[in-house]
Write a protein that binds this ligand. Sequence first.
Ligand code: IMP
Length: 427
Amino acid sequence: MQRLKNIIVVGLFWGDEGKAKIVDLLTENARVVARYQGGANAGHSVEVAGKRFVLHQVPTGILHPDKICVLGAGMVIDFPKILDELYGLEKLGIDWHGRLRISPRANLVLPYHKLVEEIEERKRGIGTTKRGIDPAYRDKAARINVRIGEIGLGKVHLVKRLDNWLDEMGTLYEKSYEIEFPSAEKVADELIRVHDILGDSVHEVSSFLAEIARTTGGVLAEGAQGSMLSLNWGTYPFVTSSETTANGVGEGLGMDMRLFDEVVGLAKAFCTRVGNGPFPTEADVQTQAKLRGTGEHTYDEFGSTTGRPRRCGWFDAVVLRYVATINGLDAIALTKLDCLTGIEPLKIAVEYEGSKTFPATIAEIERVVPVYRELPGWHEDISQIHNFKKLPDAAQDYVRAIEEIANKPVKYIGVGPGREDIIIIDD
Ligand code: IMP
């Protein structure tokens, strides 16, 4: 049997690059699809039997009947919400039994975390998804959060651990936020109810994945959010709380990074950002409206987790070069090229005035002035084209310009919303 490639798929910008579709394509040559960071803040839209479905925590590989899906130790997991997703999939005829593997080392998002974030966001305005991600990771770092594996240790253990949280953190929050938390007993009961159904799926993941990666290959690590939302490398503090770049794979799945053959980075043909924070190539209101779409199509630029309109702007090649280095990027998947049809001229930021690298601090990022290269647009519908050479010359030139600036090949091009609307450029 031919050894399959082990591949990491990451978003290169601020998330929403259309990862689900490319992951879906690559899953055909994978055995396992593994999420390594984040939690229910992600929103991976997929279409099943003509219906749109958003997966937040379960990897999109679950749609393929023979693939195993892993939720890694680097995630923070809203356990009851996983069950909701699985029941939703069941209604669409998808059988997930025996195909899910959840790391016992993953931390939980507790109801407390969501309550705390709701209040904190009102003051702070990062524009988070309010899925409890930040407080859950914060408690993980403070070594006071609870791991999935602890639910199976029984109610007495769990109530003690949750009571510990309520005594230490809960008291602090109660004082400053006037907040009322559900009792440890109530939270434990709910977690145990879910564990009674999902407990068989809780298994160690690191050696399981290493064995597959070494023998048959076919491990597909599915990143959530995007590199510019990385806690370490993104536009801090307007970032998420996990390592979203390919570097998060070692940490979140407990894997030897040398086992991976390829890092595929997802970039939309233009940039978007949802939530607050600097966005150097954000376009004027009219151009944003054209890029965003009206909201009548599922692929228009409105958040799949929160429904918020996304901010839209020109392709930022300074960011691309920066994240290519951090991710050890091998190839680019460029999505939504069709959404540029009819926009003239097109612009790509090739550098920032006075600096070719991406600055480290918000104050500096807010001051950058992009230098644009203008390119001609095209007006033909490209959504039925499946061969790169058949694209209008201007569309080919746009793709080639991105390749040239990044010095990385574009291997996949999204030209429409459907599963099959992808141009694959062979090696
Ligand atoms: P959090 O991950 O909910 O803490 O949100 C932090 C920032 O990341 C906010 O600006 C969110 O809008 C953004 N964010 C989180 N998850 C996603 C995603 O899956 N796509 C795009 N943006 C995201």
